[in-house]
Write a protein that binds this ligand. Structure first.
Ligand SMILES: Nc1ncnc2c1ncn2[C@@H]1O[C@H](COP(=O)(O)OP(=O)(O)OP(=O)(O)O)[C@@H](O)[C@H]1O
Ligand SMILES: [Mg+2]
Length: 326
């Protein structure tokens, strides 16, 4: 599908690829184009090292969807991965009794369970949970026609898709733990009254989060709803990473039809020797990309020139969109 059709017809578009290739630039530029073509658009940066605000040239308070004043129909959001974790305090502290200075009492109640439970936290889980929270949001009622994701560099991007399985493991453990210590919770509630002990609703939160990710996963894998646009540059390392990303998309069943090849050196007559040799290198890799991804895998290839200036702010992003939307 052409990027134009994707932006006009789908509900979600994700931009991803290797670090520094131009994901944020292409996502922001596409968002502006979509907003100016009548789509009420929300662009979300899920990369903890945000640069969406910088790219748009606006201040984005973390975690707050911010309407972009100059551009009708466009709202931008940089998610706040740390803030999301406080909701799961019961999980991260693992033991409300410990908080109350009664940790010793847990010993008879299967400390090994708790330790096992704690060891299940895979690295990068806060990022995955943060993405989970975003998916939970998009599965609720909202007015946006189109949601564009500016994702973190490849590697972490799709981990959240296996989050439901991780969460299932947690929920099972937490349930078992609850059953074992349930009696004691009851006793304490009676002793201190409800206010004496903080209610731990992590389990309900986890269950809800899991359900919405399962629903979102259905949407993310539906080609009439979502498309993942891969951004790359004509360099060997980027091509290798693009190959891995395409495999990952296939594995998770995420629709992909378009690949953006960014930062292409143009007319060689205008270039210095140094840039000429870089252009030669790029042209070789571009041929490879055309052959492997274009001909063999039938992807739509979108070529973007390397601009003389940094791409920042409305005017420059608009210029990029002329190449994105042919
Ligand atoms: N076609 C282009 N011509 C000139 N500069 C570009 C072009 N595309 C992107 N840039 C510049 O390259 C830098 C990196 O772009 P961008 O932030 O969009 O990449 P990214 O893939 O989102 O990076 P990260 O992985 O750090 O999130 C920015 O300074 C941007 O202005
Ligand atoms: Mg970026």
């Amino acid at each position: 599908m052409e990027l134009k059709e994707i932006l006009l017809n789908l509900k979600m578009v994700m931009f991803g690829g290797k670090g520094g290739v131009g994901k944020t630039t292409c996502a922001a530029s596409s968002a502006i184009w979509a907003a100016e073509h009548g789509k009420n658009t929300l662009i979300i940066s899920t990369d903890p090292a945000h640069s969406l605000g910088d790219s748009l040239g606006v201040e984005l308070p973390p975690g707050e969807p911010t309407p972009i004043k100059q551009i009708k129909n466009l709202t931008a959001l940089e998610i706040n991965p740390k803030a999301n974790m406080t909701e799961f305090k019961g999980l991260t502290t693992m033991n409300p009794m410990e908080d109350m200075g009664m940790g010793g009492m847990m010993e008879g109640l299967g400390m090994s369970d708790i330790q096992e439970f704690a060891s299940m936290n895979p690295p990068g889980i806060d990022e995955a949970l943060a993405f989970g929270k975003v998916l939970e949001f998009i599965e609720t009622e909202h007015d946006y026609d189109l949601i564009i994701f500016d994702t973190a560099p490849t590697g972490h991007t799709l981990r959240f898709l296996s989050l439901p399985e991780t969460l299932s493991g947690w929920i099972g453990k937490l349930l078992k733990l609850r059953m074992k210590i349930g009696k004691f919770f009851g006793v304490f509630k009676k002793m201190f009254g409800k206010d004496g002990m903080e209610e731990d609703n992590s389990l309900e939160l986890l269950q809800r989060l899991k359900n919405s990710i399962v629903n979102a996963r259905d949407d993310l894998t539906d080609p009439s709803i979502n498309s993942f646009v891969v951004v790359t540059i004509p360099e060997e390392m980027a091509i290798a990473e693009t190959g891995r990303l395409l495999n990952e998309l296939l594995r998770y069943n995420i629709p992909n039809s378009d690949i953006i090849i960014n930062q292409l050196y143009q007319d060689p007559t205008e270039l210095c020797d140094f840039c000429k040799s870089r252009r030669d290198m790029q042209q070789k890799n571009l041929s490879k990309i055309r052959e492997i991804f274009g001909e063999k895998l039938s992807k739509k290839l979108i070529e973007i020139p390397l601009f003389k200036t940094e791409i920042r702010g409305y005017e420059r992003l608009k210029e990029i969109s002329e190449f994105l939307i042919q």
